[in-house]
Design a protein around this ligand. Structure first.
Ligand code: FMN
Length: 166
């Protein structure tokens, strides 16, 4: 089974979850940013897992991502703005036929869902839902992840692998 875990991440929380999910899926899975998830990396994938942070109660827009540059003074580290938003990556995604799952990182109390938006777009591209949209929790505006979230992500990855190989 070929699997890919694609992420948008500006302070590393979503990237860390993506790597833990890939580890849970197994050695056949790779975690890559939206910049790396193109062409060969995507061809013939049986399982796409995609994740993004919840920003402003939604899946970030390209302009929201650009606006993160203004957070540099407040955040503990400058945002990583080197890769496209998940939203624009999904817009350029070609039709496929594998299974799909989606996740988001977020503060626990927030309304909105990036993961549900991602899943809807993956389904519109022809992928079949392998699991319900999942959320992983951060402790503050820029992270860090709540204790135990990496372990939970790894377990979710293992569950997805079982589901996708059915
Ligand atoms: C500008 C901004 C807006 C945010 N908006 C929300 C929000 O609406 N809901 C929420 O739960 N978390 C919100 N967060 C917290 C992020 O979702 C959280 O820090 C996320 O894990 C960051 O992921 P990353 O480190 O992969 O970029 C916001 C953070 C920033 C910087």
């Amino acid at each position: 089974m070929k699997a890919i875990v694609v992420y948008e991440s500006h302070w590393g929380n979503t990237a860390a979850i993506a790597r833990a999910i890939a580890e849970g899926i197994g050695p056949e899975a790779r975690a890559v940013s939206t910049a790396e998830a193109t062409g060969d990396a995507l061809s013939g994938v049986d399982l796409i897992v995609a994740g993004a942070p919840l920003l402003g109660f939604s899946l970030p827009t390209e302009s929201m991502v650009k606006g993160l540059a203004s957070e540099a003074g407040k955040a503990p580290a400058p945002p990583d703005l080197s890769h496209p938003s998940m939203r624009s990556w999904l817009e350029s995604l070609r039709k496929g036929s594998g299974r799909a799952a989606a996740f988001e990182t977020r503060i626990w109390w927030s309304p909105g869902s990036a993961a549900k938006a991602i899943l809807g777009k993956l389904e519109a591209a022809g992928y079949l839902q392998a699991a319900k949209a999942e959320r992983f929790i951060v402790k503050g505006r820029y992270g860090p992840l709540r204790d135990g979230e990496l372990e939970r992500a790894k377990a979710w990855g293992a569950e997805l692998a079982r589901e996708a190989s059915k």
